[in-house]
Design a protein around this ligand. Sequence first.
Ligand SMILES: [Mn+2]
Length: 195
Amino acid sequence: MERLSTITRDTKETQISVNIDIDGEGRADIDTGIGFFDHMLKSFTKHGLFNLVCKVNGDLEVDGHHTVEDTGIVLGNAIKQALGDKQGIKRFGSFLLPMDDALVLCSLDLGGRPYFNFDFKFPTERVGDMDTQLFREFFQAVANGAGMNLHFMILSGENSHHIAEAMYKAFAKALDEATTIDPRIEGVQSTKGML
Ligand SMILES: [Mn+2]
């Protein structure tokens, strides 16, 4: 069964279209208007082996906040929709990812209850054309949009580019694991019988 979805969302602040295939090959077609954010979403797509089309027209004349947060909401919604009733998926995923000085742990549960845990202050205010405060906004929005419990621990790191990129890669690998179908699982992986 194909696991893909397309979601569009239009507000006065942002116009967003996202198409995700959970069982992809890492192909990305991304344009958010923020170069560093595009770099992060391409990295997420490549390392999670998803296919992702993400087109965003946001009010960047204000700042990047609406663009990044709303993209997170829509990506979260798209992940949730693509997974449908979550039959057979492993549900949990964790990954510890090194990138030069950065070491980032991401652990997540697709159980349906949104939660976000991230307590870290980036060493710089900006990386490229992106405000580092927006990484929190993005992942919080993804967790809410997908109904995902999402934890990040930054175990080490000095370079904001490396830390951010390690977060997106760790998230990709953890999500790839959690969405993997295990043939031993009958129905959904919950004693309640639903996720
Ligand atoms: Mn990079």
